[in-house]
Design a binder for this molecule. Structure first.
Ligand code: NCD
Length: 317
């Protein structure tokens, strides 16, 4: 296994062999997770703390299940309700937790860069479960695993990432990953929802769904992230659906065997037609959730293989 990092903070820092190592091990965990008995001791005796400073359903559940299936002691801290949004307080919390000797910290935070900062202050491995608009590495890895299993490869694919790109850490992590894997990325959405400096990402930009979806292999829809908008970015949800929402007519422009993805949670009738989302011939949205558990198991397993074992571990007390 090539993966040798201490933390998983973003896709930007990963090499192609790093990515392949995680995906290859995750493939094995997919089979493991389909068995009736799903328990391994890979992380037995290790403590995983999930700190979610932002609401999350699937990502937090996925990390919790992943840790438990690997035999870790998993603890969820309820952070969303507290007022821990200032840098100093975040660090204080990190130092307090650090003193309890956890082995893995899984962190989601509304501020870009907050998870990197925290990783510098603690002794254990840190996994970024999404920081502001910056990165969401396990989402990009689970998307990559889903694409690789559906298409048999990750290179030379045409992938359209559609909708609210500006506010999306999922888009950023996917742009890094698919770019490293030599797929062609199209960003499709209204100009108001494109991030500044987009020209430096090595992507093609479209403000028309009909052109952007033409002959693509993968259609990745993004949620309209209203909670990150501080002004009017779209005329109305109705108008947005009309122009940018994925329906059968727009999907017909993509390749006949194109797959439809969405990281969830979905706004049905805003960025995607509910019938398309539920159509198991096209939509791999449920597979994405399944791959999420396997990818997180693989990432945590590999990080724990790399850790420096502190002196005293294994001593009976
Ligand atoms: C994404 C996130 O939190 O960035 N969701 C997720 O992790 N399942 C995307 C989103 O919230 O739209």
């Amino acid at each position: 296994m090539a993966f040798s990092a201490r933390h998983l903070l973003g896709i930007e820092q990963l090499s192609v062999p790093d990515i392949q190592s995680i995906l290859d091990l995750a493939d094995q965990y997919v089979d493991f997770n389909r068995k009736s008995h799903k328990h391994s001791d890979a992380l037995a005796g290790l403590t995983q703390i999930n700190m979610f400073f932002e609401n999350s359903t699937r990502t937090q559940a996925s990390f919790e299940i992943a840790g438990k299936r690997l035999g870790a002691d998993v603890m969820n801290m309820a952070m969303a309700a507290s007022s821990l949004s200032k840098g100093e307080t975040l660090i204080d919390t990190a130092l307090t937790l650090n003193a309890m000797n956890p082995d893995l910290l899984v962190v989601r935070h509304p501020h870009s860069g907050a998870v990197d900062l925290l990783a510098q202050k603690v002794k254990c491995a840190v996994l970024n479960a999404g920081d502001g608009r910056h990165e969401h590495p396990t989402q990009a890895l689970l998307d990559a695993l889903t694409i690789r299993r559906a298409k048999g490869r990750l290179h030379r694919l045409n992938v359209a990432i559609c909708g609210d790109i500006a506010h999306s850490r999922v888009a950023r992590s996917n742009i890094f990953l698919l770019g490293k894997m030599e797929s062609r990325i199209r960003l499709v959405g209204p100009k108001t929802l494109m991030p500044s400096g987009i020209d430096q990402f090595g992507v093609e930009v479209y403000d028309d769904m009909a052109k952007g979806l033409k002959d693509v292999d993968v259609v990745m829809m993004l949620r309209l992230q209203k909670e990150r908008m501080d002004g009017a970015f779209i005329p109305s949800e109705r108008e947005y659906y009309h122009r940018w929402g994925l329906n059968a007519e727009k999907l017909a422009l993509a390749k006949e065997d194109a797959i439809v993805m969405h990281p969830g949670p979905m706004n049905r009738g805003v960025e995607i037609d509910g019938e398309i989302a539920d159509d198991i011939r096209r939509s791999v949205i449920q597979e994405q959730v399944e791959m999420g558990v396997a990818v997180r198991m693989a990432a945590m397993d590999l990080l724990m293989r790399n850790r420096e074992v502190p002196s005293g571990r294994g001593v009976m007390v």
